[in-house]
Design a binder for this molecule. Structure first.
Ligand code: C5P
Length: 230
């Protein structure tokens, strides 16, 4: 639908997971495949938006969904610091920002220029971590008038009540317009083609609980974005 509320809008989407280097061959990462964020980018383009996709370490097989789409420009990023500068650059020209990327909360202090070798060290090394900035919180601080900001939250929770409580607290802390809460676990959420999202609006109310393919959950999220824009 290229005549709907997202038509002609510029939408910035981040997806995938950042990697924080330890040395030239090792990193600290996470299990985000980027599938959900890529599905959001594809669905936004299908609704006539112009999309910039900040792709953090997404496999080509996953990116294939948008690779030939002229409405989606893919900008590769590696670390949280790279994602942060790309996000600030991209956000300035976007009416909607959707941060689906799993951003590392920490980076390694004093990244080794050389591969850390077992034979050169006595015993296991100790990694010192530094806190990364909260990119989304920074975008909220710098938001342009009318800009809609959407966060994702991957949470482990004992039940739906706890999941919603965590989601509401996070939404308030981040100051976003919408938060898509994603229940994750050892075998849930990441790397799979299906997903369950609890979409919460700024008031704390549940807009929708949607279970389905990542395309279906992406569409539900964009419906919620369109409702905020109206
Ligand atoms: O606090 P938490 O990491 O669960 O928040 C998740 C949301 O915040 C996601 O939208 C993620 O992209 C964003 N985030 C961020 N910068 C960080 C950590 C998370 O933008 N350093």
């Amino acid at each position: 639908d290229t005549s709907g509320p997202l038509a002609g809008l510029r939408i910035l989407v981040s997806a995938g997971g950042t990697r924080e280097p330890i040395d030239p061959v090792r990193f600290i990462g996470n299990r985000s495949s980027g599938r959900q964020g890529v599905a959001v980018a594809a669905a936004a383009a299908a609704r006539g938006a112009k999309v910039v996709l900040l792709s953090a370490n997404i496999d080509d097989s996953v990116l294939a969904e948008v690779a030939d789409n002229p409405a989606v420009r893919v900008v590769p990023v590696g670390t949280a610091a790279e994602l942060e500068s790309a996000a600030h650059a991209g956000s300035a020209g976007a009416e909607v920002v959707i941060m689906a990327a799993a951003v590392s909360d920490y980076r390694v202090a004093g990244v080794s220029e050389e591969k850390i070798r077992k034979e050169d060290s006595d015993g296991p090394p100790t990694l010192t971590l530094l806190e990364n900035p909260d990119i989304l919180a920074g975008l909220v601080r710098d938001r342009r008038p009318g800009q809609v900001l959407v966060g994702f939250a991957a949470e482990t929770a004992a039940d739906e009540v706890e999941l919603m409580e965590r989601g509401r607290r996070k939404l308030a802390r981040k100051g976003v317009d919408l938060l898509a809460v994603n229940s994750v676990g050892w075998s849930e959420g990441f790397e799979s083609s299906d997903n369950t999202l609890h979409i919460i609006e700024a008031s704390g109310a549940l807009v929708e609980r949607i279970s389905g393919t990542k395309q279906q959950t992406a569409d539900a999220l964009l419906d919620a974005v369109a409702a905020v824009l109206r």
